[in-house]
Design a protein around this ligand. Structure first.
Ligand code: CO
Length: 494
């Protein structure tokens, strides 16, 4: 098939990545529903409505059942395929889950109306993806294998294409280049799209963020190189750390043989006007720093969703004046930990470790989750771990490096989860089980009608009161040396 003759397809991200990147994932289902039928009518090839941080945010901050959200959105926008972002074996959390839990999650999500699963692993480790890909294929849905784009001495165009071939061999129906930090140069995008199409014959979608101002140009180059689709949002939940705005992208494509001609400018404007109102309602979660285009990201490679929270966290830790140092330290930590791409959850872990390195000295306070990366518990890192860092991790954790993927060794989890939800007085459904597996307290609270925006759980060790929306665990984490759980770390950076 000659893609170059077909109009480019746009997937719309405003109901997931758009507000995750620019408004800390706080758009509620009630705010989404009035606009869903219009988005459905607009002519997008897909609507990204679920996954990523939205599930956590529904339970933790919005008092919502995420599966109810998906069902409601599917009903309100039934014609356009719905997309979700799935973190492979980690589902939408930060640690590996047993295969049967991943499979149950995919079944529930498919039943609730998700059509296309964007499946990624922060390390691009195929072993972390195989269960999820298989489960999506078995549920009869579309498996889109995501290649996390990053730059390092060990990441080359050839290595990404090789990974794409592996994803195709695993049965993915299409591929995507996931440029979570918005650092993918147009010329490289063109090489990747051409190479992936040639080697796999699959459609390639490009997903980028406009953080550094590259995304729209990158999309244009990818479109000219034969990409199947690009992902756009709608202003004001667009541009900056989110995807380029749809109307802007259409304007850039004017005169291009692949410019789609079915979008109605007035309808897009109507959607935008509604979203302007919602953006104002979410003002406390938005910041000009995320709205502007800043090429700093090209040095630091911090993804948009992370930047959105990171500045607040540093302020909370009284480290606003060390932002530059921490950003530089991120680069060092990343290299020491085998050049892992920075994307949830590694972005949070590397960011937190960099913060602690700057505050306390390098590796003086070695976060358990960072130790786990060094020990191989997240999967194979793209490059080698610095030997002295690995030695330290082994000594501190009293553990040996892991060589077998979690998906091969974790025992089935659903029977135990069923017991636990029954004990907690929750319905013994697969939906309750998979939510409980990832967010036990918040899931219990929702089913018992006790969901509230959480107040800080521990006494405040720091004199500065945090902003209302910031989780308490940030301060716990910094004052506790070595005694923190992985969940405590990641709660700090949703
Ligand atoms: Co994204």
């Amino acid at each position: 098939m000659n893609q170059a003759k077909h109009p480019i397809r746009f997937n719309n991200t405003v109901l997931r990545d758009g507000h995750q990147s620019l408004a800390a994932t706080r758009m509620s289902t009630a705010q989404m529903l009035p606009i869903a039928p219009l988005l459905d009518k607009a002519g997008f090839a897909g609507l990204e409505t679920w996954g990523g941080a939205t599930i956590d945010s529904c339970l933790r901050f919005l008092g919502e059942n995420p599966f109810d959200r998906l069902r409601a959105l599917k009903q309100a926008a039934p014609q356009t395929p719905h997309l979700m972002l799935l973190r492979g074996q980690n589902i939408v959390q930060y640690t590996a889950f047993p295969n049967d839990v991943v499979e149950a999650f995919v079944r529930c999500t498919s039943d609730a109306g998700c059509d296309i699963f964007r499946i990624f692993d922060a390390l691009n480790d195929p072993e972390n993806l195989q269960t999820a890909i298989r489960a999506v294929i078995e549920s009869g849905r579309h498996a889109r294998g995501e290649i996390c784009y990053t730059q390092s001495p060990v990441h080359t165009v050839e290595s990404f294409i090789e990974f794409g071939v592996q994803l195709a061999d695993m049965g993915c129906h299409s591929l995507a280049i996931k440029d979570m930090s918005g650092i993918l140069p147009p010329a490289v995008a063109a090489q990747l799209v051409k190479g992936l199409r040639k080697k796999t014959g699959l459609g390639v979608t490009v997903h980028s963020h406009d953080t550094a101002g590259l995304a729209a140009a990158t999309y244009l180059a990818a479109i000219d190189a034969g990409a199947d689709a690009v992902e756009t949002s709608i202003a004001p939940f667009a541009n900056g750390t989110a995807q380029p705005d749809t109307a802007r992208m259409l304007a850039l494509l004017a005169g291009n043989p692949r410019c789609p001609d079915h979008f109605d400018g007035e309808l897009l404007m109507e959607i935008r006007q509604y979203l302007e109102k919602i953006y104002l309602e979410l003002a406390e979660f938005t910041t000009p720093a995320n709205e502007r285009t800043d090429a700093d990201i090209l040095v630091y490679q911090v993804p948009g969703g992370m930047l959105s929270n990171f500045r607040n966290q540093l302020k909370e830790l009284n480290m606003s004046d060390r932002v530059g140092d921490v950003m530089k330290e991120i680069h060092y930590v990343r290299e020491a930990l085998g050049w892992i791409p920075l994307v949830t959850p590694t972005s949070q872990i590397v960011g937190m470790q960099a913060m602690m390195n700057v505050k306390f000295g390098r590796w003086k306070n070695f976060a358990p989750a960072a130790m786990d990366i060094a020990l191989g518990k997240f999967g194979r890192t793209p490059g080698p771990i610095h030997p002295e860092v690995l030695k330290l991790a082994c000594e501190l954790s009293k553990q040996e490096p892991v060589t077998t993927n979690a998906s091969k060794v974790l025992p089935p989890g659903m029977p135990e989860l069923r017991r636990k939800v029954a004990e907690a007085g929750l319905p013994e459904t697969d939906e309750a089980c998979v939510l409980y597996a990832m967010f036990p307290q918040q899931t219990s609270a929702w089913f018992k009608g006790e969901s509230v925006i959480p107040a800080p759980a521990a006494p405040k060790p720091a004199p500065q009161a945090p902003p209302a929306a910031a989780p308490a665990s940030v301060r716990r984490m910094v004052v506790t040396v070595g005694g923190i759980t992985r969940n405590a770390i990641v709660e700090t950076l949703p």
